[in-house]
Design a protein around this ligand. Structure first.
Ligand code: NAD
Ligand code: KPL
Length: 305
């Protein structure tokens, strides 16, 4: 079985993982969207990683979807809304028992991907690392953090897990990955949309704590109702702690909106509202928030799905 790491989505997080794995001597290949992207990358000839005051270049090989050969290990680093269609295009190349690591924030996209590739193992990740693109094929490692990986259907640690340690990617195997993803989703729902609506840094929400608390009440009820009581534990306190600790930062959703990019709202607030609905749980504040956010995105000419 090949030990090559194929990376689908050479954006911020995908490039960050690709560069660190390549630096550790692991075999890495980028899968790019089409011939145009491939020739743009070949023009640059390398990925560039900026880390504090260091700049390093990695000439990682790249291919398009049409390349030949089976894939045994795939890091899916697209946005949540792109993940399933992108993986579907690769399904025929995924070997039986291939392992996919899904880096998407929020919930819902993981199941969409798994539906496309029943013959593969899907490993979910929750990342608090931060990276952004400075230009095509150039990424800045902006915030140190941590990665939890886990498989809700299989507790066994994958054979390649030590690669992450070798590459300096801080990671732990988690037996409760859905709880971690739900907790992060709840934090994102309580903070990110309000930063867009109030046009503020995370710390600006200190002036809107009653609104934040009301959302946390409903999110904690939802987490308990859908079998995630641990993710509900002390949610209000943690949301306030995150607001204070990241007071000077702009949330990821705020940054998407500011740059005119589609947000991942469908897999964050949208997922929370759909799940509440499925459980017959009334969440009026979350639903009002979703309506206000959708109106706000549409008024800016951005996609709201
Ligand atoms: P990004 O937009 O920087 O990168 C996504 C890449 O996927 C882009 O280069 C895009 O061209 C590529 N892509 C999309 N469809 C494709 C296709 N069909 N074929 C090939 N490539 C395709 O996004 P990102 O910031 O790296 O985020 C990826 C995921 O990681 C998101 O779900 C995000 O929420 C999550 N995340 C990101 C960060 C971060 O700091 N950037 C931190 C934690 C979690
Ligand atoms: O994860 C975040 C984001 O901006 O997406 C924070 C600010 C930590 C919480 O929502």
């Amino acid at each position: 079985m090949s030990s090559t790491w194929h990376i689908l989505g050479a954006g911020s997080l995908g490039s960050l993982w690709a560069c660190r794995l390549a630096r550790a001597g692991k075999a890495v290949r980028l899968i790019l969207r089409d011939k145009q992207r491939l020739s743009s990358y070949q023009g640059a000839g390398k990925l560039t990683l900026f880390e504090q005051d260091k700049t390093q270049h990695y000439a990682i090989p790249a291919e398009t979807f049409d390349a030949q050969g089976p894939i045994h290990r795939l890091l899916v680093a697209c946005k949540a809304y792109d993940a399933a269609p992108a993986v579907a295009r690769l399904a025929a190349r995924l070997a039986n028992g291939a392992e996919l690591v899904l880096l998407q924030n929020g919930l819902g996209s993981q199941d969409e991907v798994a539906d496309q590739v029943p013959h593969a193992r899907c490993i979910f990740a929750s990342s608090t690392e931060g990276a952004f693109r400075e230009a095509d094929w150039q990424v800045r490692f902006a915030g140190h953090g941590f990665n939890w990986l886990g498989d809700p259907t299989n507790p066994n640690v994958p054979s390649w897990f030590a690669d992450l340690h070798d590459a300096g990617i801080p990671a732990q195997w988690s037996l409760d990955i859905p709880t971690r993803l739900w907790r992060k989703l709840a934090l994102n729902c309580a903070i990110n949309p309000l930063t867009v609506l109030h046009d503020c840094q995370n710390g600006g929400l200190l002036g809107h704590l009653a609104e934040v608390d009301q959302l946390c009440d409903e999110l904690a009820d939802l987490l308990r109702r859908c079998g995630q009581p641990e993710a509900a534990h002390d949610l209000h306190e943690e949301v306030q702690r995150v607001i204070l600790a990241t007071a000077a930062n702009y949330s990821s959703m705020y940054q998407d909106v500011r740059h005119g990019r589609r947000t991942e709202v469908h897999y964050l607030l949208g997922h929370a509202c759909r799940t509440a609905n499925r459980h017959d749980l009334a969440v009026p504040a979350l639903e009002r928030l979703q309506r206000r956010l959708v109106d706000n995105l549409q008024a800016r000419g951005l996609r709201s799905d």
